[in-house]
Write a protein that binds this ligand. Structure first.
Ligand SMILES: [Zn+2]
Length: 254
C-alpha cells in the first residue's frame, strides 16, 4: 500500500535530546542518555521516512546543540511537527537505592506536552495517538512523573495513555508547530536499559511511534486555512475540543 502521506509529504523534526557535552541521564550500565537518544532517533527517522514523512534530525554534530538552537532548526526545515526523543531516569532518592530491593520500581515510557505550545490541542492529540500506538505495541507508561515529590509532580494530561503536561519545557513551549517529548524508557532501570539498547526493541518502539504520528499528521497547509471542504479525506487527524485539555481526561480505558 502506498503511504497515505506520500501526496502530502510533510516535514517532521526529530529532536535528539541532549548533546555530547551534556549527555543527560546516566544509564544503569554507564552509557549516557544521549547515546540512547541518538540510536533510537536514527531508527525513528528511518521508520518515519518509510511512512511518508520528510524528516529532519536536530542533533549534536560535534559542536553541541543548545536548547535555544533546536526550535529554530525545526522552523528552518519547515517542520509541521516536532518530536523530541529522550530516555528517562528517576529522582536521586531512587537512584541511591537502585541496587536495593524495590529500587527499580519505575520503568516505562512517558509523553510530555506543553500547554504553552502554540498548538496545545494538536500537541495533546498527537501525544495521545502516540500513547495509544505504543500501548498497542505492548509498551506500558510509567507513572513516576506524577509522584508528589520534588522534581516530579507533573500533572497528567492523560493518565491512561501516559501523557503528562510539562508546560515549561523549552523545546515544547517555544515550538510554533505541534510538539511532543518522548521518554522512551527508564534507563536507570537495568532491564529497561538493556532492552532500550537492543535494535529489535528500538525498531518496535519506533514503528509504534510512527503509527501514532501518522494519526496526528496535520492537514496540508495551503493558503488561507482552506475551508472545511473535505477535498481530501481528513483521515484520522485528531482535533480534540479545547475542553479535552482539562486534566485528567482519559480517552482510552486500559
Ligand atoms: Zn533527556
Amino acid at each position: 500500500m502506498v503511504a497515505s502521506g506520500a501526496a502530502l509529504a510533510q516535514v517532521v523534526a526529530i529532536d535528539v535530546g541532549h548533546d555530547a557535552a551534556h549527555p543527560g541521564a546516566m544509564g544503569a550500565y554507564g552509557q549516557p542518555e544521549f547515546e540512547y537518544n541518538r540510536a533510537l532517533a536514527g531508527v525513528v527517522d528511518a521508520q518515519l521516512r518509510r511512512a511518508g514523512w520528510i524528516t529532519t534530525r536536530i542533533q549534536d554534530t560535534g559542536a553541541g546543540m543548545p536548547l535555544e538552537a533546536r526550535v529554530p532548526r525545526a522552523v528552518a526545515a519547515g517542520a509541521a511537527l516536532l518530536v523530541s526523543i529522550h530516555h528517562d531516569s528517576v529522582q536521586p532518592r531512587y537512584l541511591e537505592s537502585a541496587q536495593r530491593e524495590g529500587g527499580e520500581r519505575f520503568r516505562g515510557y512517558s509523553l510530555f506536552v506543553s500547554r504553552q505550545n502554540a498548538q496545545p490541542e494538536a500537541s495533546l492529540a498527537c501525544a495521545r495517538a502516540v500513547g495509544a500506538a505504543l500501548q498497542g505495541a505492548g509498551f506500558v507508561p510509567t507513572t513516576h512523573h506524577a509522584e508528589p515529590i520534588e522534581g516530579e509532580n507533573r500533572p497528567w494530561a492523560d493518565a491512561a495513555l501516559g501523557v503528562y503536561f510539562y508546560d515549561g519545557l523549552r523545546v515544547l513551549r517555544t515550538a510554533p508547530m505541534p510538539a511532543l517529548l518522548v521518554e522512551a524508557g527508564v534507563i536507570a532501570h537495568r532491564d529497561e536499559a538493556r532492552a532500550a539498547a537492543h535494535p529489535a526493541y528500538q525498531e518496535r518502539f519506533a514503528a509504534a511511534l510512527a503509527r501514532g504520528l501518522d494519526a496526528c499528521r496535520p492537514p496540508p497547509q495551503n493558503p488561507p486555512q482552506a475551508s472545511e471542504s473535505p477535498k481530501r479525506a481528513p483521515g484520522n487527524h485528531l482535533r480534540p475540543a479545547a475542553s479535552e485539555l482539562a486534566r485528567g481526561s482519559t480517552a482510552l480505558q486500559p
